[in-house]
Design a protein. Structure first.
Length: 335
């Protein structure tokens, strides 16, 4: 029977355990460890693990795969503490949202007789902790897989097997590539959400803003509800790439500020083009693994007439046709 150890039984670690258990592998023993006794008991009660251990060393001893699911800045301490207890040939992976520093820590503190394969499931929710863990959290989600330069195929296959078991889709990346991509699509939204909230919350008119704010403001500031400690640790471990994309965002905001001085046609073109491109993105049409494209509703249809004026419909249809041509040209160039 193979032994998998999950270190850290919060939302991600607990959900990982529940997903592995839900797969029904009878030949897998799932052992968990968390510094909190309450969390350990809750994880065992929830069925996220078969057994819990009261010490880190006991949890990883004999495990063929060790999943480190603690906050980013705690990883280095876990690597140092568990190193001498790891079994020869074990594969170690993590779930942190930054990779370059984690890969450096693995190289520095894990023994040479184990292999490290970095990991990051692009899944989660604002409600944290074992009480919010769920087996379906990773279903269909991208899962970054970042093997170290010395990781053998057996270790990579072990991690890929886990990724497949929890229902995620692997994406192989280099550490710096990963950190740059997630800084843009995952970490920047945290900064933008917090900045929008604090901008208004700090004004003397906050009471008026707060009373009139509707779903748009709540949606845009939802990420403020996330774990502040986790957000701070992400900022500490991926500062340079976050600063780069924050600077790009400031430039784009300045461009939109200038746009407000333009005529109606120019402004409409900008918003309509963004609308079309986001539609393309949600359909996956400009991605390598694109599903079949969903067509825009006809102008005369109920749906088409309900959501947009004839003028806007014509503009968006024109832009979608141009977008079709651009995407098709890009695909031809790849052949």
């Amino acid at each position: 029977m193979s032994r998998i150890a999950i270190i850290g039984l919060g939302l991600i670690g607990g959900s990982m355990g529940l997903a592995i258990k839900a797969a029904g592998h009878k030949d897998v023993e799932l052992v968990g460890y968390d510094e909190s006794g309450r969390v350990r008991r809750a994880a065992k009660k929830a069925g996220a693990v078969d057994e819990v251990e009261g010490s880190l060393g006991n949890a990883v001893s004999g495990a063929g795969l060790v999943v480190v699911a603690v906050p980013p800045v705690q990883i280095v301490n876990v690597f140092q503490a568990m190193g001498s207890h790891l079994s020869e040939g074990a594969a170690v992976t993590d779930v942190a949202s930054t990779k370059r520093l984690v890969m450096e820590w693995a190289e520095a503190y894990l023994p040479k007789y184990v292999s490290f394969v970095g990991g990051h499931p692009m899944a989660g929710k604002t409600e944290q902790g074992i009480d919010n863990a769920e087996a379906g959290l990773f279903q269909g989600a991208p899962y970054a897989v970042v093997p170290s330069s010395t990781a053998p195929d057996t270790a990579v296959r072990s991690v890929l097997g886990m990724v497949e078991t929890v229902g995620a889709k692997e994406r192989f990346m280099a550490p710096d590539e990963h950190d740059d991509l997630v800084a843009a699509v995952s970490h920047m939204p945290i900064l933008a959400s917090n900045a929008l909230f604090t901008m208004l919350r700090s004004t003397e008119s906050w009471a008026d803003f707060g009373k009139i704010a509707g779903p748009a403001y709540r949606d845009m500031t939802r990420l403020v509800d996330g774990d502040p400690q986790m957000s701070a640790e992400i900022a500490l471990t991926n500062k340079e790439r976050m600063q780069y994309w924050l600077d790009r965002y400031i430039v784009e905001l300045s461009r939109y500020r200038d746009l407000l001085d333009q005529d109606e046609e120019t402004i409409l073109n900008e918003f309509a083009d963004a609308n079309v491109q986001r539609f393309r993105y949600l359909q996956g049409d400009d991605l390598d693994d694109a599903p079949p494209m969903t067509e825009m509703p006809d102008k005369g249809s109920h749906v088409g007439g309900l959501f947009m004026s004839p003028k806007l419909y014509d503009k968006m249809r024109e832009m979608m046709e141009k977008s079709d041509e651009t995407i098709e040209e890009a695909r031809r160039n790849k052949r």
